[in-house]
Design a protein around this ligand. Structure first.
Ligand SMILES: *Cc1c(COP(=O)(O)O)cnc(C)c1O
Length: 365
């Protein structure tokens, strides 16, 4: 065998840098506080847990291929038409579907320099060209995105708020972006953290989707709903886009346990409220605590913060990561996002947050 007689992946595939999930390994005997993947410290709704138990009684049957129960629950909670909703195996699947549906060889997809890494993977997988545009102060820049548009542009991915920066664009800026794009370009608003945002000038994008024919919003059950393990995402878009995505997706892309649990979780308003209250309190406390240690923190509206370390021997982000991991506090190195000297910290339980702050104080001393 040699390199010339083996199957060769299509162009783009071998350019993909594999996604590296957040770590969860600490030394034996040390209690793990996982703050590396923006998971919920509250856990899922108990009603979602009960719904899964129910769903396991019929495991020989295929799930409902159109996730009707889940789409109806989402539609009801958000006041939407269920025919304009598609569900996915995580919103990551839907991001991939969008790329595979709207991008062909030679097409371009635009996203920003510190944007979510899945956009690049989805673009390359579809055989298209990633066009990465600069940000300003860790924030997407509408003018930079519009300047990058060419006749080959088919898709723009924008996380609002963005991961790992935690910054957001006000709805006015999103409107300006939409107004400047050709109507043939798909604008994907990834609102994975929408439920956490407490800003009067923020909107998740629902109204924009309703009022246009080229905007789609993606959402997830992995963050505030505490159901990352089940892989549930959904998108709200114009009928013609949902129709196209439905042709491309797997016929049974969301499993029965996920459909049942997601629907139950969506109806449990008090669980949602509890998660919001916890995050509101600890986002402020963690940000202030880190700043009190002399660290720079990018102002976040999500359930995580991006912390920047001093450019000093022994005090850089990888050093802090080693120090914290030995003590059970696992944050996220974000070199792959263009931040070699920063860590992303998920807002965790009170114990995890206070423990991380205490350990960082020792580390910096
Ligand atoms: C976590 C996250 C998602 C959610 O992905 P799932 O596949 O639904 O778990 C999507 N977009 C961004 C920006 C995220 O940070």
């Amino acid at each position: 065998m040699n390199e010339t007689n083996i199957p060769v992946p299509k162009p783009g595939v071998m350019d993909i840098a594999m996604y590296v999930p957040g770590k969860s390994k600490v030394p034996d005997g040390v209690k793990l506080h996982k703050l590396s993947s923006n998971e919920s410290p509250i856990g899922p709704s108990q009603q979602a847990v009960a719904a899964i138990a129910d769903a396991t009684s019929k495991m020989e049957d295929y799930p409902d291929g159109s996730s009707t129960q889940l789409r109806n629950a989402v539609a009801e909670a958000h006041g939407l038409n269920p025919d304009h909703i598609i569900c996915g195996n995580g919103s990551d699947e839907i991001l991939g579907l969008l790329a595979n549906t709207y991008l062909a060889n030679g097409d371009e997809a635009i996203f920003t320099e510190h944007g979510f890494l899945v956009y690049k993977i989805a673009t390359l997988t579809a055989g298209a060209k990633p066009v990465v545009v600069r940000e300003e102060d860790c924030k997407a820049n509408v003018d930079a995105i519009l300047e990058a548009v060419t006749p080959k542009t088919k898709l723009v991915f924008l996380a609002n708020p963005n991961n790992p920066t935690g910054t957001y664009l006000p709805i006015e800026e999103i409107r300006r972006l939409h107004a400047g794009l050709p109507s043939t370009v798909v604008l994907v608003i990834d609102a994975a953290y929408a439920e956490y945002v407490r800003r009067n000038d923020y909107e998740s994008g629902i109204e924009m989707v309703s009022a246009s024919s080229n905007v789609i919003m993606t959402r997830t059950f992995s963050k505030i709903y505490g159901l990352a393990a089940l892989r549930i995402g959904w998108a709200y878009g114009p009928r013609h886009m949902i129709d196209a995505l439905n042709r491309v997706r797997g016929p049974f892309n969301v499993n029965a346990a996920a459909i049942a649990a997601g629907a139950a979780a969506m109806r449990d308003k008090s669980h949602l409220e509890q998660s919001i209250v916890h995050n509101d309190e600890w986002l402020v406390k963690v940000t202030e605590g880190l700043e009190a240690l002399g660290l720079d923190v990018t102002p976040s509206v999500g359930n995580f913060v991006l912390v920047h370390f001093p450019d000093v021997e022994g005090k850089r982000a990888p050093d802090a990561d080693d120090y914290l991991t030995k003590r059970g506090f696992v944050l996220r190195l974000v070199g792959g996002y263009g931040f070699p000297n920063s860590l992303r910290m998920t807002i965790g339980t009170a114990e995890a947050n206070l423990g991380t702050l205490a350990a960082l104080k020792e580390f910096l001393a």
